[in-house]
Ligand binder design. Structure first.
Ligand SMILES: Cc1cc2nc3c(=O)[nH]c(=O)nc-3n(C[C@H](O)[C@H](O)[C@H](O)COP(=O)(O)O)c2cc1C
Length: 177
């Protein structure tokens, strides 16, 4: 009789209480590929916003999505004042726009095609899907705040490929046959 190999025998033991330094964590988190969204609104007559790869779907009923924002963000205290926020899922060709949305505040929206809803949500042209949202809840979670957004409308007409963020760089999905 042949012995069945123990699958656990090949698993590397994880050290407990190791130093989870931020750089090591950032690299480990970056192994998980994500899309990227623009979260933006008009506040005091100006578009404000940022790029976020922490976006995820949360609930269908009620319709909720989330993203997490660093507690050091200079933009979030202003952005959260908006009645409605726009979330745009970026397309594969919008890597430069993504970097711009994470760069100097005064140039974030320079030359970017966008429109603003009556409620002040700012939505980017050429995104794959656009959500009109309002803040449902904010939960402080360590050095970030988890923001739950309630959806009011969705538009997803574009079927082209999304921008993919992976290991601190941009990639793209390969369409399979
Ligand atoms: C691809 C990408 C993804 C990002 N994702 C997030 C995120 O999920 N949460 C966050 O707080 N900042 C994220 N940032 C950084 C913000 O876009 C922005 O640079 C940061 O909030 C600093 O600007 P601020 O002080 O004006 O908020 C990301 C940046 C890039 C380039």
């Amino acid at each position: 009789m042949t012995a069945t190999p123990d699958p656990l025998a090949t698993v590397t033991t994880l050290t407990t209480n190791q130093d989870l330094d931020p750089q090591r964590l950032r690299e480990a988190f970056g192994i998980f590929p994500t899309g990227v969204v623009a979260v933006a609104a008009e506040v005091d007559g100006e578009p404000v916003g940022l790029a976020a790869s922490s976006f995820t779907s949360v609930s269908l009923d009620p319709p909720l999505v989330s993203f997490s924002v660093a507690n050091t963000s200079k933009t979030w205290p202003t952005l959260r004042r908006a009645a409605h926020l726009g979330v745009t899922i970026l397309a594969s060709h919008q890597g430069t726009i993504c970097r711009q949305l994470a760069g100097p505040v005064e140039e974030r929206f320079a030359g970017i095609g966008l429109h603003t809803t009556e409620d002040g949500a700012v939505l980017l042209d050429e995104g794959l899907a656009r959500f009109d949202c309002s803040i449902h809840d904010e939960v402080v979670a360590g050095d970030h705040t988890l923001v739950l957004l309630r959806l009011h409308s969705v538009e997803n007409a574009d079927t082209s490929l999304p921008l993919v963020f992976h290991r601190s760089g941009f990639g793209r999905l390969e369409a399979t046959a």
